[in-house]
Design a protein around this ligand. Structure first.
Ligand code: PMP
Length: 415
């Protein structure tokens, strides 16, 4: 591949495109298919847990009953009967909405892109958890927004740190366009915003007059089926809610959505039409029939069980084999564990050694817009089977242990 400096079009690109590069995770996917690698890097759901006969029956029914419409263009807001079903899905996760408040998008990712396109001029500030979902950071960067991170811990975003950040920005005359947050089983940290903190975040958003972008792919994937109040339920007039079927059904359908107050929704429909005219009618109908005719919650429960078992495998192996100087989060749902390495470590530099030991993770730096994350990394338990997870964690423990010995030998030699 030619290097960016030898790119003959460099001077022609729009300024927003000049600094763009492939995400760290995308580059890692090149190794994902190697069977000898324990791939603890990807965030793919394990769609082999889907009931394929049911998916086939639903798809067949769509083609036979509404084929000509399903294979035609649709409206920019998305199929009305699907929007009705998505309201039912949201009701199951504590998110109040009406079908008319909703715009169907190509996954939650397009929802984030359209929201950033609608609100962010170059140099605008977006406040986001540190660490944050890499795809959201990519969308914000594409519109040249400046991301200001707010610290989080085992209970999610820290409201005191949020208030301090909003004060600091206000003192500099900066008004953030919105707060971006993943309150449930966050990607990459694996932690969830506590109930008390949800009320505090909603209260701060009102006090500082900040919009909230609540991104919730993992809300239904709580291992115990626990549902916490959504930020949208606490601050409906100032929350844009981003949903997706990728983790509770299939990412291949590319069905996501944004719930927004009416004037924002109208603009999102215009942007959606400018981006791709409309969502695929075919996959919208398949999704609509899935929720209207199938025991979809039983499928969610199957997914939960798959991920709970894999999370247990990861956590028990971390406890058994990781050096005691490491710390990690203990997720109660979702796909991810966030690991804190001993100080002085560089998770990016360590990756080559990990790949040499046939285990892949995502370096923490991918999840910060400000250069943070060197001593952290993300492990995902969503895709490989439990034995592979255990092997991978064990191998990674060996790599970290060897590095620790090296680091202490260097320190000792320098003393
Ligand atoms: N938000 C978060 C936090 C995610 O983890 C993901 C997928 N990894 C998305 C949004 C987007 O997913 P999709 O476009 O498949 O809905």
């Amino acid at each position: 591949m030619p290097s960016i400096t030898s790119d003959p079009n460099l001077s022609r690109y729009a300024s927003r495109a000049r600094g763009m590069s492939a995400s760290e995770i995308r580059a890692l996917f090149a190794v994902a298919s190697r069977p000898d690698i324990a791939f603890l890097a990807g965030g793919m759901p394990d769609t082999s847990a889907l009931d394929y006969d049911a998916v086939a029956a639903v798809t067949d029914e769509v083609i036979r009953t509404v084929g000509p419409t399903a294979l035609q263009y649709g409206g920019g807001q998305g199929l009305a009967p699907l929007r009705e079903q998505l309201v039912t899905v949201m009701a199951a996760e504590g998110v109040p909405a009406r079908a008319d408040d909703l715009v169907v998008t190509t996954g939650g990712q397009q929802g984030l892109d359209l929201v950033a396109k609608l609100f962010c001029d170059p140099g605008d500030v977006v406040v986001a958890e540190g660490p944050s979902y890499v795809g959201a950071l990519g969308a914000f960067a594409a519109y040249q927004a400046e991301v200001v991170h707010v610290a989080m811990d085992a209970d999610g975003l820290d409201p005191a740190a949020l208030a301090a950040t909003l004060d600091r920005l206000a003192a500099r005359g900066r008004v953030p366009k919105f707060l971006y947050t993943v309150p449930n089983h966050q990607n990459p940290a694996g932690s969830s915003l506590s109930v008390a903190r949800r009320a505090a975040v909603a209260e701060l958003a009102a006090r500082y007059d900040v919009l909230i972008v609540e991104d919730n792919p993992y809300g239904l994937l709580d291992f115990k089926g626990e549902i916490r109040p959504s930020l949208r339920s606490l601050a409906p007039e100032r929350t844009l809610y981003v949903g997706t079927l990728s983790k509770i059904l299939s990412p291949g359908l590319r069905v996501g959505w944004v719930v927004a107050p009416e004037p924002v929704r109208d603009k999102l429909v215009v942007l959606k039409e400018a981006a791709d005219l409309c969502q695929s009618n075919l996959t919208q109908y398949v999704a609509e029939r899935w929720f209207a005719t199938q025991p979809w919650m039983a499928q969610v429960e199957t997914y939960r069980e798959v991920y709970r078992e894999r999370c247990d495998a990861m956590l028990s192996e971390l406890a058994a084999s990781f050096p005691s100087a490491c710390r990690w989060t203990v997720p109660t749902g979702g796909f991810f564990v966030w690991v804190q390495l001993p100080s002085g470590f560089d998770s990016r530099g360590l990756l080559a050694k990990a790949l040499g030991a046939r285990v892949a993770y995502v370096p923490g730096a991918a999840f910060y817009a400000d250069g943070g994350g060197a001593e952290q990394l993300r492990l995902s338990f969503c895709f490989p089977p439990p034995d592979t997870i255990r092997d991978g964690v064990r191998r990674l423990a060996g790599v970290i242990e060897a590095e620790r010995e090296l680091v202490s030998a260097i320190y000792a030699a320098g003393r």
